[in-house]
Design a protein around this ligand. Structure first.
Ligand code: THU
Length: 160
């Protein structure tokens, strides 16, 4: 028997420690929380996906009275990017959450389904996507979505 320790590197940044490019994308994700459709949870999530050609595709959570029919902000943005710009790799994804009249102090944490879709996006374009989880106090920067979910499942796993 062996025990492995799985490490997931994350860089913790104050607002002024983010680069200009990172701050610009986070600002778009923050603005996007305003367009969230979340009458059931009141939890506004905004996502901004930056493509290799510099285009930014936005997403926000879209809720539904039949709860499972809704979709998270991250998947809204990544699926829109895949649908509109299928040839363009996603190089960076920023996420911000707003509830109770303010942005969350701690970084928003993507759900498992969104992590899976982020990893599929990386696998699709064969390149890492930086992920920035914004928090008012501090933000988390992951160099790749795979750092958000170790032992992830991708198409190669289907080959056995
Ligand atoms: N939500 C997201 O948009 N992204 C996540 O990764 C976590 C949760 C949304 C889904 C739902 O509309 C609301 O937040 C509360 O769960």
């Amino acid at each position: 028997m062996k025990t492995y320790e799985i490490k997931c590197p994350v860089t913790v940044c104050a607002w002024d420690e983010l680069s200009d490019e990172q701050r610009a994308l986070v600002t778009k994700a923050k603005e996007q929380t305003d367009r969230s459709y979340c009458p059931y949870s009141g939890f506004h999530v905004g996502a901004a996906a930056e493509l290799q050609n510099g285009t930014v595709v936005l997403g926000c959570n879209q809720e539904n009275a039949a709860y499972p029919s809704g979709l998270c902000a991250e998947r809204t943005a990544l699926f829109a990017a895949g649908a509109q710009f299928p040839e363009q790799p996603v190089v960076r994804l920023a996420i911000a959450c707003f509830t109770g009249g303010h942005f969350t102090a701690e970084p928003g944490s993507p759900c498992g389904g969104c992590r899976q879709v982020m990893i599929e996006t990386e696998d699709r374009y064969k390149q890492p996507m930086e992920v920035i989880l914004y928090g008012e106090k501090e933000s988390y920067v992951f160099r790749s979505a795979t750092d958000l979910m170790p032992l992830y499942f991708v198409g190669d796993n289907l080959k056995g």
